[in-house]
Write a protein that binds this ligand. Structure first.
Ligand SMILES: [Zn+2]
Length: 48
């Protein structure tokens, strides 16, 4: 599951439920939409 932080727009992937952003610690996170998931996968492939 890919999530996005509403506070800092950080995209991250986790197994199971997540309650806080690993970047800023905010609880304002939600599952990433399709566009954001594409962005996350693109970034991950570029980092490789
Ligand atoms: Zn955040």
């Amino acid at each position: 599951m890919i999530y996005v932080c509403e506070n800092c727009k950080f995209l991250f992937e986790r197994q199971g439920e997540v309650f806080h952003c690993p970047g800023c610690g905010s609880a304002h996170i939600r599952p990433a939409d399709e566009e954001e998931q594409r962005q996350y996968i693109k970034n991950r492939e570029r980092a490789r």
